[in-house]
Design a protein around this ligand. Structure first.
Ligand code: SF4
Length: 241
């Protein structure tokens, strides 16, 4: 049996279907809807560069762009920033163009926050994807702190190809600061043979949805590995609380 998810954005009217190939979507809806466009985590239909000049001084991060209205990268409707650089290099990664540590453009944290919080786009939260966001822990922590400062109730999600336990062993204070600022961490590398059945938000079933990862690390309790639907069944989505 296969699980499909249909997500209709009440603002834009966009229909996102999780679990169908392009051909399957075309044969199912082709007589009713325009041709489908494939999207995936960190692979949206369009990416906008963060405006501004190369940030040489002050807090900043190398990023490949931002996008809005995502329902593929965390709960609700997300504004998303893609961090450049990933040393993990999973087999089958969909975004190998983000791997070089010098890819993308270095932008000031304030400019990235401006782009993410663009008032033209409604959102339930912000997600940071990669590349590997924790390859730039200072920039990640500074961005999360800036977003928290500007909108204290904003739901913050980040992806990492490292496990939470691996991040917990790192000594940089910025790693722990970022974990403490996150509402949700989606952790673990992409494992190609575990792709089937991953459902929404995850690339493979080994990846875990970990609320309040800083607190989870402090308590040391085992972390269950849940699909998005199982996770949502036990959590109130942002905006409904
Ligand atoms: S951690 Fe993410 S960006 Fe890095 S190689 Fe794996 S899937 Fe690709």
């Amino acid at each position: 049996m296969r699980e499909l998810h249909f997500i209709l954005d009440e603002v834009t009217g966009d229909l996102t279907v999780e679990g169908l190939s392009d051909d399957e979507a075309q044969s199912l809806t082709g007589d009713l809807l325009p041709p489908p466009r494939a999207i995936n985590c960190a692979l949206p239909a369009a990416v906008s560069p963060v405006p501004g000049a190369e940030a040489v001084d002050g807090p900043g991060a190398r990023v490949f762009g931002v996008w809005h209205g995502s329902v593929a990268e965390g709960p609700g409707r997300r504004s998303v920033v893609g961090f450049s650089g990933c040393p993990i290099r999973c087999a089958g990664c969909l975004v190998p163009h983000t791997w070089p540590l010098d890819s993308g453009s270095r932008r000031a944290v304030a400019a990235i926050a401006d782009a993410l919080l663009d008032p033209a786009h409604p959102r339930d939260g912000v997600s940071v994807v990669g590349g590997e966001p924790f390859a730039q822990p200072e920039g990640l922590a500074a961005l999360l702190a800036e977003l928290r400062r500007r909108e204290p109730g904003l739901h913050l999600t980040a992806y990492s190809g490292y496990t939470l336990e691996g991040l917990g062993r790192r000594r940089e204070p910025a790693v722990r600061a970022a974990l403490d600022l996150l509402d949700l961490l989606i952790d673990g590398p992409f494992v190609r043979h575990l792709h089937h059945g991953a459902g929404e938000w995850r690339g493979s079933t080994n990846q875990r949805l970990i609320p309040n990862p800083g607190r989870a690390l402090a308590t040391g309790r085992p972390i269950p590995c849940l699909s998005a639907s199982a996770w949502l069944a036990g959590h109130v989505p942002p905006g409904d609380g």
